[in-house]
Write a protein of this length. Sequence first.
Lengths: 221, 245, 646
Amino acid sequence: MSTIFTSSIGKKLMMSLAGFFLLAFLLVHLGINLLVIIYDDPMVYNKVAHFMGTNILVKIFEIVLMGGILLHIIYALILQIQNWIARPKRYSKANYSNTSFFSKFMIHTAIITLVFLAIHFADFYFKAKFGHTETLVVDGVLYHDLATEIVDKFKMLPFVVFYIAAFIFLGFHLVHGFQSAFKTYGLDNSRFTPVIQALAIVYSVVIVGGNTMIPLMIYFS
Amino acid sequence: MDLKLKIWRQKDSQSRGKFVNYKLNDVSPDSSFLEMLDVLNEELVERNEEPIVFDHDCREGICGACGMVINGRPHGPDSLITVCQLHMRKFKHGDTIVIEPWRARAFPLIKDLMVDRYAFDKLIQESGFVSVNTGSAPEANSIPVKKHYADLAMDAAACIGCGACVAACKNASAMLFVGAKVSHLTLLPQGKIEAKERVLQMVAKMDELGFGNCTNTGACEAECPKGITLTNIARLNREYYYAKV
Amino acid sequence: MHRIHSNIPEGPLTEKWSSYKSNQNLVNPANKRKLDIIVVGTGLAGGAAAASLAEMGFKVKSFCYQDSPRRAHSIAAQGGINAAKNYQNDGDSIFRLFFDTVKGGDYRSREGNVYRLAEVSNQIIDQCVAQGVPFAREYGGTLDNRSFGGALVSRTFYARGQTGQQLLLGAYQSLSRQIKQGNVEMYPRMEMQNLVMVDGKARGIICRDVITGKLERFSAHAVVLATGGYGNVFFLSTMAMGANASAIWQCHKKGALFGNPCYVQIHPTCIPVHGEYQSKLTLMSESLRNDGRIWVPKNKEDAEKLQKGEISGSEIPEENRDYYLERRYPAFGNLVPRDVASRAAKERCDAGYGVNSTGLAVFLDFKDSIARLGKDVIEAKYGNLFQMYEKITDDNPYEMPMMIYPAIHYSMGGIWVDYELQTTVPGLFATGESNFSDHGANRLGASALMQGLADGYFVLPYTIQNYLAHEINTPRFPTDLKEFEQAESEVRKRLEDLMAVKGSQTVDTIHKRLGKIMWDYVGMARNKDGLELAIEEIQNLKEDFWNNLKIPGEMDDLNPELQKATRLADFLELGELMAMDAMHREESCGGHFREEFQTGEGEALRNDKDFAYVAAWEYKGEGKEPELHKEALKFENVELKQRNYK
């Protein structure tokens, strides 16, 4: 079993498992965020956010999630460095034929996403955690007014543009990542793969579409 | 037609290489790419210069000896073909053609466009075989093989070991090569017996030899002159997990 | 003078091989470890021999000039491999395979050898299947067969159009296994330059490292040649670019007799020559003749229009087409043996009916088969060949008839060996295409793979022990003996001489001139005057070579021009011997067609009374006439007949 973490295939497996876990998280995250635009009452969102921030299971899950992100990043770094070492001298004229276009830019879209993530954390996550937000007391419970925070942020145009751009790049990352994960699991055949590839696009469109809809609707509301 | 060629020249593995520009006129569109290089080499020899060194042998697309990156594509701008079968009609009068060797740490450069692909042999030596001694084989028809699997095995076994998959892969990964051999042998009952040992040993050897990791980009599949598909990599992954659990 | 003896065991034909095996000397396992064997070449014969010998416990050193043993030219064989399994229940048998091979070889091969070949053919299939060779299968899971090259039974096993590749990979994988186990030391990119003899026995070889240019010495208790054929003497052939005769020629010069050098096979279905710059010819599997019909126009005017490119083949109406093979050979039609089909094409083209710009091509038409079976069926059978044809010629064979012309493909001749595959030099063995043994004057389709693997897997590993059993007391010996010194300095001198010429002609220009002489006079049809002229022209060309050759670069370096020059130097000498052999053989048989000896209908006319022998030539020194030795061929089980495919 030992080499499952160190062999090339093993590392890819860990990478894709972590990635797939993040794919699932993204859906949940989107679902919750959509509450901001679905309900006029900001407290709906704030209550869910409060639950997410205080529930013990969710807190455990949060650590797992951080672990997942970290795992995905660490394995990505190791693999990427090995891949660069594997070709010390590069071609002067770059290769352009691939069967999966977005796969060529995984590291680039990953770095953009990482930068986005850092800003995102600074904007929302840490604020929620360490309490630099407006607070509300409803029925004797203290809530961070994250919903208003979101709405305030997305009234700023540069912020909206940045968010949307970041999500589009993340989408590129997801299109390849989603279907690549299945190949890494060993699931690839002529009937199954086209379905997966279609699903990958549907999934990515949903994630990108949903997450860009939020700032857009807020901005134009 | 007249062509401008930009070709990688490097004296030996230690020297620094560089691109050298050549002009070649009156190239017949019916000649093969290597015949075009032959003509250039004849001109170089006439001028007392050293000819451009490249591997080639059968010139019918099956031995796997030839291979170079032409305008960014291994085996050049045609699909399902090796460079010896690439014909000049795929180019236009006045084109500039950039020719580079396979580039990968596992394939060290020997001279000009010639690289050392012995790493592929080492992979097969590791366990890309069925352990059967001459004379010990049972009657050929005693083990029936489902036609579907025999055909899939043949698809995978068509690999010519040219290294275009490694050359094309942005990570210089050998997963398609190893996947093809593992698939070929594992799909057949004769090779199934050693399937676990084979996949574990070949993957370990592949990593040791300094190939990169697979990112399912599909560049290997796109450039493979024999049309070996990514499904072979997925099968390799499956076989690997199966051997691990 | 050599006394040549085939050493064929006594007894009835069917028992010769088993009685040989029962009575031969064997080497015990402890002694096998102490014996080294050099195997030069890693194709079907060499790869299989090296793997099998190593499995038995011998220490093997394996050499190839390519970067990997997997690239040997056996890989290019497309069609298939024969065996007498009779899986199709169509009446095949070992005797019938034997009979067909002797007949196909135009009664110029040894009965004993050919029968053994047919006998072991079935074991080859078993062995290859066990190695994981993905032969074509029926839906029921059993092995599929096809009829091939005019055989009346379906005995050919195949793996799509890549049978040679798959069989070679099987042998290569077995070889790889032995390399890993340490029983084989593999030396790729090493080209044999000379044979080392100690006390009259083959004891080692001198190689040139292709990358560094350095000469290296290797010693062993026996040397096995598996270096393939010499078709590249014609410059244009279906051989690999690097295929050469240097190893066998150097051994010939050290005393190994050369058998039947004039027997070369011309394959009828190759893509025609298209220009001056052409480097090699591409073969398309003979299986195409199963469904394609060969024709030229009936009227010369149509042929002329085709040659000028004014019309295309598909525009010529049915009634104006001459399906000349069907016309001349109603029984076999398009499936006549290779030599017959090739000559018939040449005859039509020489008469002015050729169909491409050079006038040297005939049509191979699938129109009727596509109409009868449907495009899908044709595509399933020949798709990869059609695709290859289209890539090379830019013509779509589904719509336009293919154009084909014969090309040099295989050499039946080679180093003379006895029943044990031993040459006239003790301890030196020759296998596969490099020996002369089993195909007589013409080889049947799908028999080359069979012979290479038979020699490598099942014949040589036995027979070599009969020799090595006497060598068990010979310890491993160093390579600093004076004989090694001497052999190496011979090579060094030759290389220095080549580098010192500093003339004005490239190797390829001289090679092309040799090829033209060979093709014009020692090719598909030969005659006395032409052969005399050829010998004279080759001698002049040799002069030119040694006085005007130009090789840039250094000797002790990777130098492809020098590499080609060493090969060409040997081809020049071999070409002359081929012409001499062709001149002395005053009959037509198989691949050797003398225009003076033909029937009224233009068929080959054998002379069994005077020429039913193997011509084994002995090298007598530079500038001296070689000496001819004759090994009479005895036919006790086959009646000699005029081959008749009508």
